[in-house]
Design a protein around this ligand. Sequence first.
Ligand SMILES: *[C@@H]1O[C@H](CO)[C@@H](O)[C@H](O)[C@H]1NC(C)=O
Ligand SMILES: *[C@@H]1O[C@H](CO)[C@@H](O)[C@H](O)[C@H]1NC(C)=O
Ligand SMILES: *[C@@H]1O[C@H](CO)[C@@H](O)[C@H](O)[C@H]1NC(C)=O
Ligand SMILES: *[C@@H]1O[C@H](CO)[C@@H](O)[C@H](O)[C@H]1NC(C)=O
Length: 545
Amino acid sequence: MGCVSQLLLFGTLLFSGLLYHAVIQNGNMTSTRRPNFIIILADDIGWGDLGANQQERQKLSNTPNLDLMAQEGMRLTDFHSPASTCSPSRAALLTGRHGLRNGVTHNFAVGSVGGLPLSETTLAEILHQNGYYTAMIGKWHLGHNGPYSPTNRGFDYYLGIPYSNDMGCTDQPGYDIPPCLPCEPGSQIQHYRLGSCYSKVALPLFENETIVEQPLDLWRLTQRYTSTALDVILKARKQAQPFLLYMALAHMHVPLSPHFHVPLPSAPHPSEGAVYAASLRDMDELVGAIKNASDASEKDNTLIWFTGDNGPWDQKCLYSGSVGPFQGKWQTSRGGGSAKRTTWEGGHRVPTVAYWPGRVPANSTSSALLSGLDIFPTLLSLAGVKPLPDRRYDGMDATDVLLHGTETGHKFLFHPNSGAAGKYGDLQTVRMGRHKAFYITGGAEACSGSTGKEELHDPPLIFDLSQDKAEETTLDPTTEEYREAEERGRRAREVLLYDIATDPLLSTADYTTDQSAAPCCDRRHASCRCSSASPIDNKVENCGH
Ligand SMILES: *[C@@H]1O[C@H](CO)[C@@H](O)[C@H](O)[C@H]1NC(C)=O
Ligand SMILES: *[C@@H]1O[C@H](CO)[C@@H](O)[C@H](O)[C@H]1NC(C)=O
Ligand SMILES: *[C@@H]1O[C@H](CO)[C@@H](O)[C@H](O)[C@H]1NC(C)=O
Ligand SMILES: *[C@@H]1O[C@H](CO)[C@@H](O)[C@H](O)[C@H]1NC(C)=O
């Protein structure tokens, strides 16, 4: 091909719209469509909640759609959330950086004035600047005021509750299921609880920066998120624009508000785990609907990455998920939970599936050691975009694991303290190969109410996960195996701490709170209710008839 025609072709490609970008390699020109990305982040989900992770329980799986997605894609069995609570995990996912760099080391509150520091640049900002349509649906939890809201952090569109659905303008903060199940005459549900009830809670639902519903009907939220997600996929397709859809689900965080697929006993209390199981099915159906919509749109050009923000919330007992074999027995035998808020496997190892027909090998499993930190560099790499050079990142580009089946993950993966022990953000645990070293341990509040006290370990506790998934028995410190692992962990920790200390960009989050920062559509009304002066008399319904 002559020079002139090459130039002409190049020009044509440039003008052929945002859907295509030209890649020139050694004088060869190929055109590739830039891929779409759908990140689905479940809340407080357990590794064992994914049916495909628990082969022996597949028959009882509550996640048939996710299981199918795993069968048609890749199941990542050693994938970790970047932190074990909401805000730090989400901040790390969207920046590719540990909390010690991006400043977000613990949760924001309803009255938080700040959020993810404005010096940080999100994945959405970078993709947006590079021609992507960016939308977010669900829980943000990185600051809800002014410049901190999603539409000011790179998202073209936002619909969701700005923090956890048990926070703020709820009638009973911290409750496990909404105060009353919806009245559905003729269904089994009406037998569940008799008496007057109302179906809405005082949480705000935002669209972009506007509260569009308050009080909110939690029972209808899943449907709303689903239809909005389908709209986003359709809209991007119509605009011929590649897109990022970041779906941060309300599932499986309490309060759980499932539609009931499982038979309910007529007794006033559900059988053990029935509410959680039904919620899992609801979540799974939502995932299935998104997969179907994506398949119908651009099946061969869309990566769906399903993962979790941290492990299950033990304290919620039958309203919390399953850690599978990752029981954290060293901790639980001393009191305290070993899931959410801890760096035991149950707190960090999250069910993860990558799906991209034709690109991610079908029916594959990878045990590469990966993290939510890797989503940022991997998506940028797949989009052909470079990360910013003025700061350092902790995530790795996992393209080769996803697309080419290599098993090379992180050589060292550090987990920060997210609240159960020590200082927020401290690197308290490191995974390296089959070994895991703890410098600090501590338990979160368990279902029994017990909490494990903080303990410093110098020398560290070391477990061999290949023999001991339950983290029950520590290696004998006098062995060569221990000495070698201890040495590797210590050096890696020094290297990372030095790298962080000399990072040209270290951000600090503003954690101050002020009640006026709490989102509320109309302060004259009790509990921020828009349409009622009393938390109860808005839409009182009599379920008992
Ligand atoms: C260009 O691409 C063709 C087909 O993939 C390949 O055979 C050829 O070696 C490439 N040329 C160069 C210079 O890379
Ligand atoms: C949110 O932003 C989108 C895209 O800019 C716009 O179409 C929509 O009307 C906005 N919604 C609200 C409630 O402002
Ligand atoms: C998705 O599509 C499959 C195959 O067409 C269908 O069986 C399934 O019911 C759909 N799931 C949802 C949640 O729409
Ligand atoms: C998936 O892989 C498993 C194990 O390698 C195999 O037993 C099964 O038949 C495969 N399923 C499909 C649908 O290919």
